[in-house]
Design a protein around this ligand. Structure first.
Ligand SMILES: [Zn+2]
Length: 290
């Protein structure tokens, strides 16, 4: 039965859009769950004013990780046989060039069609001392109608205490002008836990910036910013995000991803997202010092 239920919301859309714009929100689903005030910080669930002072002053080095490669093709499209490993590598290369043009140092976990294990990718990232980690993937799903872009960060559900203890056992802390009176494993684990919490907050901000840039520059459905437990993000000791550029299981999105012009547009949107995140981070860091 037809009802008039939808009439009022449709009429209100321009008003809501205007209001959302004023409030800094958007209708493209780039806000993540949990909402901003729910993002845990090293000070517990402190407000954004305190959390913001944690941003790095400047993004100098970025790890660009092209998902899959070599014997691992990743997803394969059914319409024209596009292979995820090739799409990911091409976007990663384009992104690296754009970031380098911005004066940012780039470390690629692979720059050719070769297999690199997930643990090796994490090791490369952590040894690089980079400010951000960006993993580029393309999606696939049994529901072939599913399409769109999404960005992932390490889920709040990830066991940070376990992660922190593993890091405390295996990774030295880079502390220049500080020392611990008590250099116990537990104390180091607490520091790692704080680092992970802080990184998650920054990864969420970066995810939102990337999502907004994609929404602004590409005609793509925005599926949003989400938390997940990808191994490659879990192990990274810097703010880390994983981008699913589109669904190779969807025939029209597969055709788009196979197009080099579209891949360039994706790379440009990611670069814009990183640049805006970096700019906002600097602004906030400076404001916090005053
Ligand atoms: Zn993948």
């Amino acid at each position: 039965m037809q009802t008039k239920r939808n009439v009022l919301p449709v009429a209100l859309m321009p008003v809501l859009a205007g209001l959302a714009f004023i409030l800094g929100l958007n209708f493209f689903g780039c806000a993540s769950t949990p909402p901003r005030e729910q993002v845990p910080t090293p000070y517990g669930r402190a407000g954004p004013a305190q959390a913001k002072t944690f941003f790095p002053a400047k993004i100098k080095k970025v790890v660009v990780d092209a998902g899959h490669g070599g014997k691992d093709p990743g997803a394969i499209g059914k319409t024209i046989g596009a292979r995820e490993k090739d799409i990911n590598l091409d976007i990663a290369r384009r992104l690296s060039k754009l970031l380098k043009d911005d004066g940012i140092e780039v470390v690629m976990t692979r720059s050719s069609d070769r297999f690199v294990s997930l643990s090796r990718r994490v090791d490369i990232a952590n040894a690089s001392g980079a400010d951000l980690f960006i993993s580029v993937h393309s999606n696939a799903n049994r529901a072939r109608s599913l399409n769109g872009f999404e960005v992932y960060y390490v889920s709040e559900k990830a066991n940070d205490a376990k992660r922190a203890l593993a890091a405390a056992r295996s990774r030295p802390l880079r502390l220049k002008d500080a020392f611990f009176a008590d250099n116990s494993l537990n104390l180091r684990a607490i520091v790692w836990d704080m680092i992970y919490t802080q990184n998650r907050g920054q990864a969420i901000e970066l995810s939102r910036a990337l999502c907004r840039a994609m929404a602004d520059n590409l005609e793509v459905k925005i599926l949003g910013v989400k938390g997940a437990r990808f191994q490659v993000l879990w192990g990274a000791n810097m703010p880390a995000v994983l981008i699913e550029t589109g669904f190779l299981s969807n025939s029209s999105e597969e055709r788009k991803l196979k197009n080099s012009f579209y891949r360039q547009k994706i790379a440009e949107a990611i670069e814009e997202g990183v640049r805006k995140y970096s700019w906002e981070a600097q602004l906030i860091a400076e404001a916090g010092r005053r």
